[in-house]
Design a binder for this molecule. Structure first.
Ligand code: HEM
Length: 297
């Protein structure tokens, strides 16, 4: 190859190089545009999926809030209502009798017709309490629902474990809340406190009410004990109801201002899963088993 040819060859190579460089830039741009388009599409798809998942979650939550289970039947609710009315009457009329020297008690008697009226109304409340305790004993012995509920209210070793787990959870030592069945250890404690409280109040109250009748049968010191026990247990019962019970069922921040379940009987699916997960799972398993049984073969 002579010098002229070599120069031409070199010039041609350079031109080809320039052309390729231009084409490369063009290709790069095309490639980048395609890649960008694809990326934008993927991001759009991802955002869309997330939005759909979130909508689905909110829809499910909303649905479970609107879905209800029957927690307490009519019989149970009426017992609770009678008990609540009876105990409130007893507290409102009993405490002014106990603190009859105080200004508040004097104003109360002034407004309600005197201590004699309070004594009569106290006996009306007492009658309601006696009626509901007989009714409850019949309920837990003679009805299937009552027997079943009573069995589930009996304390078990799991209650102790749940108590320890709850303390750990409240102290931040564990992230897992205890998983309760139909009744938590707090509800069982409530039930048994009322149960024994009623036995004590009714027995001591009957002794005070029918003292003339019992004087012939029971020694005098029993009346002194009954008076003391009735008076002190009344304070304990009042505080247990107002502080412990009302806080747990109504004033607890997770429930405040009011839990209507004991009045309507209904509990939302959301609350059921949160507060009674084991009972909920049992119900679902039972329903599934029943559905399979009902399918014609
Ligand atoms: C939660 C239930 C009850 C509460 C909070 C309650 C409260 C009280 C209180 C604070 C007293 C005054 C005691 C004192 O003088 O130191 C009292 C007196 C009395 N209670 Fe009750 N009581 C309850 C249930 C009953 C029952 C079930 C009966 C009857 C079966 C009853 C019959 C009486 C009687 C006869 C007196 C004496 C009142 C008088 O001076 O005539 N109480 N009660």
């Amino acid at each position: 190859m002579n010098k002229a040819d070599a120069r031409l060859d070199y010039a041609a190579d350079k031109m080809i190089g320039e052309l390729l460089k231009e084409e490369k830039v063009e290709l790069d741009e095309k490639f980048r545009a395609v890649l960008k388009g694809e990326l934008v599409e993927r991001i759009r798809q991802h955002v869309e999926d997330k939005r759909r998942q979130e909508e689905e979650r909110v829809r499910k939550e909303e649905k479970s809030r609107r879905e209800y289970f029957l927690r307490f039947g009519l019989n149970f609710r009426l017992q609770h209502l009678t008990l609540a009315v009876g105990v409130l009457i007893l507290i409102i009329t009993g405490l002014p009798i106990k603190f009859h020297d105080t200004l508040v008690a004097k104003i109360f008697f002034e407004m309600t017709g005197g201590i004699a009226v309070s004594r009569v109304i106290h006996r009306v409340g007492a009658t309601l309490l006696i009626i509901v305790s007989v009714w409850h004993v019949l309920f837990i012995t003679a009805t299937r629902t009552g027997r079943n509920d009573f069995k589930q209210l009996l304390p078990t070793p799991k209650d102790l474990k749940d108590f320890v787990q709850n303390i750990k959870y409240l102290l931040g030592l564990s992230k897992q809340k205890p998983r309760y069945g139909r009744f938590s250890y707090v509800e069982k404690f409530d039930y048994w406190a009322v149960y024994w409280g009623m036995v004590i109040m009714i027995l001591s109250g009957l002794l005070l009410w029918f003292n003339n009748f019992f004087l012939g049968i029971v020694p005098k010191f029993m009346f002194d004990i009954a008076t003391e026990v009735h008076s002190d247990e009344a304070m304990l019962a009042t505080l247990a109801i107002v502080v412990w019970h009302w806080y747990n069922v109504h004033f607890n921040p997770e429930v405040f201002p009011f839990n209507p379940t004991i009045f309507t009987g209904n509990i939302s699916k959301e609350k059921m899963i949160k507060d009674h997960p084991l009972e909920y799972e049992q119900m679902i398993t039972k329903t599934e088993a029943q559905r399979k049984k009902d399918v014609p073969r």
